[in-house]
Design a protein around this ligand. Structure first.
Ligand code: ZN
Length: 68
């Protein structure tokens, strides 16, 4: 059984010291990605949804086609 454990960040052979990464650098990168993913909350807040929508006017075509 030959399982080639590699660093998921850069693909280099992982280090037993920083498993499952090859170094602290890659470990930090993974952590950063994880944090950034946490910031992106699912479902953006719809603030404009509560705003007063403009009154839906009827079919009032502006007679503004007469040119000249
Ligand atoms: Zn790495």
């Amino acid at each position: 059984m030959t399982l080639t454990r590699k660093c998921p960040i850069c693909g280099k052979p992982r280090s037993s010291e920083h498993t499952p990464f090859c170094s602290t650098r890659c470990r930090d990168r993974d952590l950063m990605q994880w944090l950034q993913d946490g910031y992106a909350l699912p479902g953006a807040p719809a603030l404009d949804d509560l705003e007063d929508s403009p009154p839906a006017r009827g079919s009032q075509d502006p007679d503004d086609f007469s040119t000249g």
